[in-house]
Design a protein around this ligand. Structure first.
Ligand SMILES: [Fe+2]
Ligand SMILES: [Fe+2]
Length: 213
C-alpha cells in the first residue's frame, strides 16, 4: 500500500502515542475555551469537542486498544488498563450523545459539557500515565500504529465533515450585543454539519489532501 498517500502531506511521521497525545491537548484546549466562552460560542465549541472526541475514541477502539490488548496480554494489570479505558469510553460516549441532543438553551448544557471535560481529563491522565508508558515498553511498532491511526482519523474526519485542529476564534467576552451569533445559537446540529461539510469540501477541493490547513 502506498502509505505516503494515506496520511496528509504536512504530517511528519508520528508514532501512535505522539498522535494521540496531540489529540488530547487539542481537546483540552477546546474544553478550556468552552469554559471561558460566551454562550454564543459554546454551542460550536461543544460540537467540536464532541466530534473530536468521537473520532479519537473510535480510532483508539478500532486500532490502539486491540493492539494494546495483544501487546500487554502477558501482564494482567496492564491488560486491565485497556479494559478500563474501554469502559470509560462507553461512559464518555453517553455524555457526548446527551450533549449532541442539546442546545445551549438546555439547562444542563454547560454542566454536561463540563462533566465531559472532567471525565476526559481523568481518562487522558490514565492513558498518558499508565497505558502509554506500558505500550512504550511493549513490543509494538508504534510508528506503524501511528500511520494506521492517522489514516483512520482523517478518513473519519472526512466522513464527518470536520477539519483538524481548527481552533475556534479565541473566546472573547463581548460587551456588546448578540449580533449575528444569536442566530447561530439556535441553529441545529444539522446546520453546522452542512456548513462543515461544505467547508471541508471546498477546503480540500479536488486537489485532495494537500489542501489541508
Ligand atoms: Fe481513550
Ligand atoms: Fe486517548
Amino acid at each position: 500500500m502506498a502509505r505516503a498517500n494515506s496520511t496528509r502531506s504536512s504530517d511528519a511521521p508520528r508514532d501512535a502515542i505522539a498522535l494521540l497525545k496531540q489529540d488530547h491537548r487539542a481537546v483540552e484546549q477546546l474544553v478550556g475555551q468552552f469554559e471561558d466562552a460566551d454562550e454564543s460560542e459554546q454551542t460550536e465549541l461543544a460540537e467540536r469537542i464532541c466530534s473530536m472526541l468521537t473520532v479519537h475514541a473510535q480510532i483508539e477502539e478500532e486500532i490502539l486498544y486491540p493492539a494494546a490488548k495483544e501487546a500487554l496480554s502477558e501482564d494482567e494489570e496492564e491488560a486491565d488498563l485497556v479494559s478500563e479505558a474501554e469502559v470509560e469510553h462507553a461512559s464518555a460516549k453517553e455524555l457526548i450523545a446527551k450533549i449532541e441532543a442539546m442546545t445551549s438553551d438546555d439547562e444542563s448544557f454547560k454542566a454536561t459539557v463540563k462533566v465531559l471535560g472532567e471525565y476526559v481529563k481523568h481518562h487522558v491522565k490514565e492513558e498518558e500515565n499508565e497505558l502509554f508508558p506500558a505500550l512504550r515498553k511493549a513490543e509494538l511498532d508504534l510508528k506503524e500504529l501511528g500511520s494506521q491511526l492517522a489514516e483512520r482519523k482523517y478518513a473519519l474526519m472526512e466522513q464527518m465533515g470536520i477539519e483538524e485542529e481548527e481552533p475556534p476564534a479565541p473566546a472573547r467576552k463581548r460587551s456588546g450585543g448578540s449580533r449575528a451569533k444569536s442566530a447561530s445559537r439556535g441553529s441545529s446540529r444539522t446546520g453546522r454539519q452542512a456548513r462543515a461539510g461544505s467547508r471541508s469540501k471546498s477546503a480540500r477541493g479536488s486537489s485532495g489532501r494537500s489542501a489541508r490547513h
